[in-house]
Structure formats: structure tokens, C-alpha cells
Design a protein around this ligand. Structure first.
Ligand code: TYM
Length: 328
């Protein structure tokens, strides 16, 4: 069987962008793949984090993975920092990557733009992501559209390592959803929906109260035409809502356009709000049960053991290939 790996940062409350672009597709994959799902806390500290909040969000994210349908009997769910091989291989891959290629990453450019000082970790973030993926012999990485460039770099680093040292790494492919790969801000639909948007009306969080979700959808920016059409260029607002609708309904976006022909924006938004509320309510109920449970710790302990066993083997191969440490 093939292996999939994906990670999410515990850097804030999860959005429906994270859900539709990544998490929603995980449960169906775990039946067919050897699956690893990771809470990437070392990635989160590339920007300053409050220590208590980081702890809480790490646990919260674990509970959310499970609430969304990750089955610990089928998948390995674990916390990145609990498996030391990630940080170790990351260092080795930093010594394979060049500063120039890291500086070219658009995420680095966006996050460092205009800042007086950024951490070195923000620059070396992609080799850590590459380490996450390569440690498990990953075939497929399900992520949103914004991770394309990081995946491309991961492939390059793996190939470079294989050619220079020894052919030990599998070259992973990306898996991107047809709809939902790029959910846009509700207030500025030409911008990506993000955990850290200052305007709270722009983002629907997975744990938003149901009333809040309805309010945000109703106040989403559209246009003055009042015609439901899919047109990214001229009608980005309504197009984003159509994508969100199709993604939640798990239907082709053309069907959603046809079904809503002639409907007003108000009614369409009301239907969309009910659809989103229905799905998130079920997830939220499971989430609140799991968050406080001891079961959650057992699952994460078990996940760490499994991940550590697999990752340590690959780390040893990489050390051997590079001549790190003594022969054993
Ligand atoms: P992160 O934590 O920013 O986001 C988690 C996942 O959500 C996707 N995503 C979106 N999809 C659609 N629309 C959006 N508006 C949107 N915003 C975020 C992301 O593409 C991602 O799939 N570097 C990664 C975490 C990571 C990782 C890995 C992923 C670390 N190691 C190894 C895969 C494999 C990140 O920052 O994701």
C-alpha cells in the first residue's frame, strides 16, 4: 500500500479553508493508504507563540482531527515535536538546501515582507516540511493549493539528496482537491482565507458558534448584479461561495450553479449557511467530547510510538548516507 502524509500547524483556530483544502479529504484516504497525520508544532514557532495557547491549540487540533473522522485504528496521528527524527532530518536537509531557493518561497516572502526582523526558522521552514514528508517514504501529500511550492521544493531536495548521497528517499506527489483547494476570504475574495486575518468576518472558524457562521456568510462580500454565476475574474465573491457550497455538498460546482439558477443572493446564502452549520455542528459535538478525554492522550502516545519507529529507520539511513556518526 502507498503512504500519505499531511500536517497542519497549531498556530491558531482552524478555518473552513484548512478543512475544505485539507482535512475534509483525510478520512476517505485512510481506508486506502498507510496514513500519517501530524500536528506540526515546530512549524508553528517560526513566528512567536504564547506558550499556554500553543499547548492548548496542539491538543485542540488533535481533537479536531479525530472529530473530523480520523480513525486511530487506521491512521497514525501524532505531534511533530514528539518524534525527534523530524528536527534531526530537517537539519540535514537544511545542509542540502540553498539560501537562494528558500528565499524564493512566496510564503517566506509574504510573511517576511515589511518586517524589520524575522526568525531564521521562517526561512528554514520548508526543509522541516520536507523532513516530515520524506521520513515516512510518503507517496502522496494531500494539501491546499498554497503548499504547492513547498511540495515542489521537497521533491527537489529529495532528488538532490538521492543523487548526492544515496537513493533512499521516495519522491512524493501532491494531491489537491478540485474544489476547495483555495478558499478565499469572505470580505476580500481575491485574498486567501487565513487563520490570522485581522478582520474576523473574513474567516469562518471550525469552532465558530452556529449563529456566528450564519452572520458571517450573510455579510460575505458579493456584487451588485444579483445573478448567481461562476466567474472568478468578475464575480470573485459569489464564485468563492459557490466553491464553498460545492465543497461542503461534495458535488461538482456546475451542479450548484444550475440548482441555484434565478435564486437571489440572500436565499442562496441562507441555504449555504444551513449546509455549513449542519456539517460543523456534528464535528463540534464530537470535538467537545474528545478534547477533555484521556482517550486523546492514549491515541497520541500510540501515534508517537508508531511514527517514531518508522521515522527512526529512515533517519538512520539518511545518517549513514551522509556519513553522520559512527557505523552501526
Ligand atoms: P497550514 O497549517 O497553514 O494549513 C493546513 C492545510 O490547510 C490548507 N489551507 C487551505 N486550503 C484551502 N484554502 C485555504 N484558504 C487554505 N488555507 C490553508 C493548507 O494548504 C494545508 O494543507 N506547511 C503546512 C503544514 C505542514 C505540512 C507538512 C503539510 C508541515 N509539514 C507536511 C503537508 C505535509 C502549513 O503551514 O499548513
Amino acid at each position: 500500500t502507498q503512504t500519505i502524509f499531511s500536517g497542519i500547524q497549531p498556530s491558531g483556530s482552524l478555518t473552513i479553508g484548512n478543512y475544505l483544502g485539507a482535512m475534509k479529504q483525510f478520512p476517505e484516504l485512510q481506508d486506502d493508504y498507510d496514513s500519517y497525520f501530524c500536528i506540526v508544532d515546530y512549524h508553528a514557532i517560526t513566528v512567536p507563540q504564547d506558550r499556554l495557547k500553543l499547548r492548548e491549540r496542539t491538543r485542540s487540533l488533535a481533537a479536531l482531527y479525530l472529530a473530523c473522522g480520523i480513525d486511530p485504528e487506521k491512521s497514525t496521528l501524532f505531534i511533530q515535536s514528539e518524534v525527534p527524527a523530524h528536527a534531526e532530518l530537517s537539519w540535514m536537509l537544511q545542509c542540502v538546501a540553498s539560501i537562494g531557493e528558500l528565499e524564493r518561497m512566496t510564503q517566506f516572502k509574504d510573511k517576511s515582507e515589511g518586517k524589520e526582523s524575522v526568525t531564521a526558522g521562517l526561512l528554514t521552514y520548508p526543509p522541516l516540511m520536507a523532513a516530515d514528508i520524506l521520513l515516512y517514504g510518503t507517496d502522496l501529500v494531500p494539501v491546499g493549493d498554497d503548499q504547492k511550492q513547498h511540495l515542489e521544493l521537497t521533491r527537489n531536495l529529495a532528488e538532490r539528496f538521492n543523487n548526492r548521497y544515496n537513493n533512499i528517499f521516495n519522491i512524493p506527489d501532491i494531491r489537491i482537491q478540485e474544489v476547495g483547494a483555495r478558499v478565499m476570504s469572505l470580505q476580500n475574495p481575491t485574498k486567501k482565507m487565513s487563520k490570522s486575518d485581522d478582520n474576523h468576518k473574513a474567516t469562518i472558524f471550525m469552532l465558530d458558534e452556529l449563529k456566528q457562521i450564519e452572520k458571517k456568510i450573510k455579510s460575505a462580500v458579493t456584487d451588485s448584479e444579483g445573478i448567481i454565476e461562476y466567474d472568478e475574474e468578475n464575480k470573485p465573491g459569489i464564485t468563492n461561495l459557490l466553491n464553498i457550497y460545492a465543497s461542503f455538498a461534495e458535488k461538482p460546482v456546475e451542479d450548484i450553479v444550475t440548482e441555484n439558477q434565478g435564486k437571489g443572493y440572500g436565499d442562496f446564502k441562507q441555504d449555504l449557511a444551513e449546509l455549513v452549520q449542519g456539517e460543523l455542528e456534528a464535528i463540534q459535538n464530537r470535538y467537545y467530547d474528545l478534547y477533555e478525554s484521556d482517550e486523546l492522550d492514549d491515541i497520541l502516545d500510540h501515534g508517537r510510538e508508531k511514527a517514531d519507529r518508522v521515522a527512526s529507520k529512515m533517519l538512520n539511513k539518511a545518517k549513514k548516507a551522509m556519513g553522520i556518526g559512527r557505523v552501526h
